[in-house]
Design a protein around this ligand. Structure first.
Ligand code: HEM
Length: 224
């Protein structure tokens, strides 16, 4: 971990040098310009900001893609509802986000004051672990079928992008990426199928991120 942590600033220093030579219409270029204008106070802040966006935006999205492909391939009737147009992809993607939330738990939050939640007191300074994956299966919010993957679910107030002032900065981009990926995967590939049993899928060894480490599949290119 320590070695990786040391290599990260090096990677971003190279990226910044590369981008400085050819600034474009992209987020990294905008952040570099913000640094040059003094809006970001140090190179460390610039690197940390780039690292934050890359790390928060990558494994989360690939994780939901893995969870979603697994959910759809193991629930063929649900997949049929989407492929046949009976359920729009936008609705199915919200259910994939709820049922397959890649950020299962988020640590490192601390209460700034005593808070009373449902008869339980969280004291000032207490560490809080936000268990989004559990919240997304709360029967009080999603009814008795909360544990079921159900693309026909319309009322879907999931917490997969968090809530409040730290609500995911990339939620709109993530939804767009998921839509592009799922429509391409299930629109262009024929007979997409798992090559291993669902119970043999190996998950990332993490209590924060919950998604398959790899998901082996077979398919044929679509004729259309
Ligand atoms: C499906 C994909 C994604 C999921 C499930 C996801 C989930 C989350 C969650 C749970 C949080 C924490 C919210 C909180 O603390 O209450 C978060 C924050 C954040 N996300 Fe995402 N995210 C995704 C994609 C992205 C993308 C594509 C980007 C950027 C390119 C991104 C950038 C961020 C950033 C910068 C934050 C921190 C916001 C802050 O602390 O103010 N995320 N995301």
């Amino acid at each position: 971990m320590r070695q990786t942590r040391q290599r990260i600033p090096e990677f971003f220093r190279r990226l910044i040098a590369l981008k400085r030579g050819q600034l474009g219409d992209d987020l990294a270029s905008a952040l570099i310009v913000a640094r040059d204008n003094g809006e970001l106070v140090s190179d460390t802040e610039l690197i940390d900001m780039l690292f934050m966006v890359l790390s928060a935006g990558f494994v989360t999205t690939t994780g939901v893609i893995g969870n979603g492909v697994l959910a759809l391939l193991t629930h063929p009737q649900q997949l049929h509802l989407v492929r046949s147009g009976q359920v729009p992809w936008s609705q199915a993607i919200e259910e994939i986000l709820r049922w397959g939330s890649a950020v299962a738990n988020l640590p490192f939050r601390y209460a700034t004051q005593d808070v009373e939640i449902d008869g339980c007191t969280v004291r000032r300074g207490d560490a809080v672990l936000m268990a989004f994956h559990a919240a997304n299966r709360d029967e009080k919010a999603f009814g008795p079928g909360a544990d079921r993957f159900d693309v026909t679910r319309r009322h879907n107030p999931h917490l997969s992008f968090g809530n409040g002032p730290h609500f995911c900065l990339g939620a709109a981009l993530a939804r767009l990426e998921l839509r592009c990926t799922f429509t391409a995967l299930f629109g262009r590939l024929e007979d997409l199928a798992l090559t291993i049993a669902a119970e043999d899928v190996v998950y990332m060894p993490s209590y924060v991120i919950r998604c398959p480490q790899r998901l082996p599949v077979t398919f044929r290119p679509s004729i259309a």
